[in-house]
Write a protein that binds this ligand. Structure first.
Ligand code: MG
Length: 414
């Protein structure tokens, strides 16, 4: 078997559950998987946290010019071992339209799939490709989010939060992030009471993180709450202010009694650097499936080390991203936790069934290092549409043909 069989096929697989979640924030009803196959039939999979149709269009589109190219044509025929070079090729090829958004999200899925494919060929877990394990046991944290209040009272929502915290502890988690996305349904004073209640349920030993979901426009309001809960041992306070309010983050971070963090929506090391240098945060939370895949996240983690900042990846998709995040944590010394959405806490068909195994065993807050080759996952569902965008690499399936087929598919699905 050649060590460098070229990539011969790219599948962009949309998975969409027929459920309307447009009024909430749990995007686990849809994902898009990129599956790469090499000339020997070895496959690698990756996903990205972005709208499947939009990502598919970026693969299928024709070349507009050298900086705005269709992704499929950039990948087929290439050597999957040249992961860094391919990252650069895709970044340059989508620079005009994708620099800090969908282009980098799509590239993230490709990069994850390349790592999976190459690690499978070598017969090693992905974290070994990343330099090997820096830690012996991995530490996932559970996010507790019973949905936006909608018509429910804040008390009703928080009762669900309390029950979910108990379930997370029973599942083996020892780090829990409480989402406080109440909007007008709860006052700042209400939040203070909830945070103290959450700590009481968790007990003194579990790690408690908080996510405020971009609640405030004035950093001083955020500071008022954080000072009132100083005795609740808060590990970090996520997204207190708008994503682009870096000056506000810097003012808050300089005065808050806990770590301020954010950047879950950031793409590439360049955007994350702004959060560190201008925003002054102690923790950044870029997502492997949005910020640029393993390749870029390693650069980000290394940049964080230079600044004394932690990298705690965001992860809100399916078992593919969840497993990728664990491999990433294994390879990086300054990744103390990764967000891990357990299917028992969030009942989503895709989270339960998209890949096997669907989840990992957590004991005492820790997960053992993975041992299976690649990400260690198998796709277990057929894509929703029953048709995929593919390129056989023989020149017969042009990107414009693929684009036509996607357009037809959309019409058929209406
Ligand atoms: Mg978040």
């Amino acid at each position: 078997m050649s060590p460098c069989a070229p990539i011969t096929r790219v599948d962009v697989l949309p998975f969409v559950e027929e459920v309307d979640r447009s009024a909430d924030l749990d995007g686990s009803n849809a994902t898009v998987v990129v599956r790469l196959t090499d000339a020997d039939g070895i496959v690698g999979i990756g996903e990205c946290d972005a709208p499947p149709e939009a990502i598919a269009a970026l693969f299928a589109m024709g070349d507009m010019h050298a900086w705005a190219r269709g992704l499929q044509g950039l990948i087929v025929g290439e050597d999957p071992f040249e992961i860094g070079a391919l990252w650069q090729r895709l970044y340059q090829g989508t620079f005009w339209h994708g620099r800090r958004g969908l282009g980098v999200h799509a590239l993230s899925a490709v990069d994850i799939a390349l790592h999976d494919l190459v690690a499978r060929r070598l017969g090693v877990p992905v974290y070994k490709l990343l330099g090997g394990a820096r830690v012996a046991a991995l530490k996932p944290y559970a996010t507790i989010f019973p949905g936006l209040p909608g018509e429910r009272s804040a008390a009703a929502v928080f009762a669900e939060t309390e029950a979910a915290i108990e379930r997370a502890l029973a599942l083996g988690f020892r780090a829990v992030k409480v989402e406080l996305l109440y909007g007008e349904a709860a006052s700042d004073r209400d939040l203070v009471a909830m945070i103290h209640d959450a700590r009481a349920i968790l007990g003194p030993d579990a790690t408690m993180m908080l996510d405020f979901g971009y609640r405030w426009t004035d950093w001083q309001d955020a500071l008022w709450v954080l000072k009132k809960v100083e005795d609740a041992d808060v590990y970090f306070a996520e997204a207190p202010l708008g994503h682009d309010d870096l000056a506000g983050h810097a003012a808050l971070a300089a005065r808050a009694p806990t770590r301020i963090c954010g950047a879950e929506a950031a793409a590439t090391r360049f955007e994350v650097r702004e959060w560190i240098v201008e925003g002054g945060v102690s923790v950044v939370q870029p997502d492997l499936s949005r910020a640029g895949g393993f390749t870029e996240m390693r650069r980000i983690a290394e940049m964080c080390e230079l600044h004394g900042v932690q990298c705690v990846p965001h992860g809100w998709r399916t078992g593919i991203l969840a497993m990728a995040s664990l491999h990433f944590q294994a390879a990086c010394p300054n990744v103390p936790f990764v967000e891990y959405l357990h299917p028992t806490l969030y009942d989503s068909k895709l989270r339960r069934e998209l890949v096997e195994p669907a989840t990992v065993t957590i004991e005492g807050g820790r997960v053992k290092l993975p041992t299976a080759p690649g990400l260690g996952l198998t796709l277990a569902l057929e894509p929703t549409s029953g048709e995929t965008l593919t390129s056989a690499g023989n020149g017969t399936d042009t990107s414009s043909n693929a684009h036509d087929r996607w357009a037809t598919l959309r019409e058929d699905n209406r």
